[in-house]
Design a protein around this ligand. Structure first.
Ligand code: ISL
Ligand code: CA
Length: 557
């Protein structure tokens, strides 16, 4: 058991644009976050991950950065940011910043220079190629629809952009680019931040020659040529040596398409790269052929298989991160629980899972209130570039608007981006002006004010789960063993550390179901630690009648 602060912490993600507006312009900002620090402290989280707050033309809400060492005007000033850091540190919380260095904005001065001429000293900061017979240099598709290449008139060459055409990919083969990134990271670390969340970090090394992707489409997903590319571990080890190793900080890499086997290469304790990565296997559980918009039903056995694989294969080798949603994913309660009548029960059940597995839990803003997906009537009410580009592409390909809207309702990123629901006043207390994205109309029922006043709320349940984790090493460091692998309705497992043992039992559905303790689990007596329903003293653990979405955690003796 290798004790480390970031293993024992709970992270809370803030998407600044949607958290709290302080000046009535309809856009969340840093002074707004500062005004809510006591709320976060009350919840009990240890680390805040702040989605990008840097200067940006906001083609992708700040994930397109035009100056890495300056704060976006909409969000405030560097002085505000310093106050935020101070406000967190003085309350015993830490701050990790988003590091987006697979690409910059096309409005970054590096790119403005780079595109000017073939001889420009910044030319090689980005990935430029000649076209092939009037076509793009290769057939890669962009994550945000269409080709991953854009022709630039000034020089007649194309530049690579795996995301929007306003997010040109940086050329990590160029040592100067890497130096710039390391210097910038050092600049932030010297300001006293506690680490980084690294955006699509496993895409920074591309296969030389940029070969065509397999596939029959005009443009095809080229992941095999840029996911976990040939120099990725060399680059991350260099970054660790040059920068990270000099500070006591935490790092989490966003790694699309990584298996546990590959993950260990990023986070193995002997590797000197990152502390943990976000896996996407669970997030892909309801995606059919063609990707996320082809929504398929998911099953609990498949869910358990994925979770258990990560729990088992990382054990003793590398640290897991645990999340069920973020700013790119639908709301967890709408996707894996029930956002109708049993919203509170199912949100608490999912929270119980998240906070009793091995790894560091990440809470996404509003999750602690059980915020849900949103259904806007018209595509015009949506703001997300991924959603808007997809809508256009699918319409042109002949899909009905109705079908496309259905996939947006279940998978669109704006589901997670509607403003925080603070209270029942107009626009949910998020802004006194006109919000940049419409507030979910259910804010009159679902909001922080209501949750704080109700001792039985989802918020207070999260608070107790976070506390519980701090009291029991077994939750942080214990071994995970799945029970009832094939069961289609119950998710149950034990956690064991030396003499200490816990049992977690979750009914994943609305229908009541009986849990029978497998005889492989020896237990003479038990104590209930937390649960989303009251439970009788001296109950029979051998046979437990589980109510809709019931979750219970026991200490076994
Ligand atoms: O969730 C996704 C799968 O379709 C994508 O929306 C997402 O783009 C992908 O997970 C990478 O995400 C990160 O990089 C993007 C940015 O738009 C996301 O917000 C960010 O989390 C480009 O910087
Ligand atoms: Ca504002």
């Amino acid at each position: 058991m290798n004790r480390t602060w970031w293993k024992e912490s709970v992270v809370y993600q803030i998407y600044p644009r949607s958290f709290q507006d302080s000046n009535g312009d309809g856009i969340g900002d840093i002074p707004g976050i500062i005004s809510r620090l006591d709320y976060l402290k009350q919840l009990g989280v240890d680390i805040i991950w702040l989605s990008p707050v840097y200067e940006s033309p906001n083609d992708d809400n700040g994930y397109d950065i035009s100056n890495y060492q300056s704060i976006m005007d909409d969000f405030g000033t560097i002085g505000d940011w310093e106050q935020l850091l101070y406000g967190l540190h003085s309350r015993g919380m830490k701050l990790i910043m988003d590091l987006v260095v697979n690409h910059s904005s096309d409005e970054h001065v590096w790119f403005a220079e780079s595109r000017k001429s073939l001889e420009n000293p910044y030319r090689d900061y980005y990935i430029w190629r000649d076209g092939q017979g009037g076509q793009e240099p290769n057939n890669w598709s962009s994550f945000f629809s269409g080709s991953a290449w854009e022709l630039d008139d000034a020089t007649g060459q194309y530049f690579l952009h795996l995301f929007s055409k306003k997010q040109p990919d940086l050329n990590w083969e160029n040592e100067k680019v890497r130096r710039e990134v390391y210097d910038m990271m050092t600049w932030w670390l010297d300001k006293g931040i506690d680490g980084f969340r690294m955006d699509v970090i496993n895409l920074i090394s591309k296969v030389q020659g940029l070969p065509d992707a397999a596939g029959e489409g005009t443009y095809n997903f080229g992941g095999e040529h840029f996911m976990n590319g040939p120099r990725i571990h060399e680059f991350l080890q260099e970054m660790n040596r040059e920068v990270l190793s000099k500070y006591d900080v935490m790092t989490v890499g966003e790694t699309i398409g990584v298996t546990p086997e590959e993950a260990v290469k990023y986070v193995g304790e002997d590797r000197n790269e990152l502390n943990m990565v976000f896996q996407f296997e669970l997030m892909d559980i309801d995606s059919g052929p063609g990707g996320k918009w082809n929504v398929q039903p998911w099953t609990l056995p498949a869910f358990k298989r994925i979770m258990s694989k990560w729990q088992n294969e990382m054990y003793g080798k590398g640290w897991n991160s645990l999340y069920l949603n973020n700013h790119d994913q639908p709301r967890m309660v709408s996707r894996f629980g029930n956002d109708g009548e049993l919203r509170k029960e199912s949100a608490k059940m999912l929270a119980t899972l998240l906070h009793t597995l091995q790894g560091t839990p990440y809470i996404y803003q509003g999750e602690e209130l059980g915020m849900t997906n949103v259904k806007f009537d018209s595509i015009d009410q949506y703001q997300d570039i991924e959603t808007l580009n997809m809508f256009k592409e699918y319409r042109e390909a002949g899909h009905s608007a109705q079908n496309i809207m259905a996939s947006i309702y279940s998978k669109g990123r704006d589901n997670a981006r509607t403003p925080m629901q603070w209270d029942t006043t107009l626009h949910s207390g998020f802004t006194t002006g006109s919000p940049w994205l419409t507030v979910n109309p259910n804010y009159t029922q679902i909001n922080a004010e209501e949750a704080l006043n109700d001792p039985d709320s989802i918020f207070h349940y999260y608070r107790r789960l976070i506390e519980l984790r701090k009291q029991h090493d077994v939750i942080v460091y214990g071994k995970y063993d799945l029970l009832l692998e094939q069961d289609e309705r119950i998710y149950a497992y034990t956690r064991t550390l030396g003499e200490e043992r816990q049992l977690v039992v979750l009914n994943f559905y609305e229908t009541p179901v009986t849990f029978e303790l497998p005889n492989t689990v020896a237990c003479t007596s038990s104590e209930r630690l937390i649960g989303n329903y009251e439970i009788n003293e001296g109950l029979d653990l051998q046979r437990l009648e589980l109510r809709p979405y019931e979750a219970q955690v026991f200490k076994l003796n």
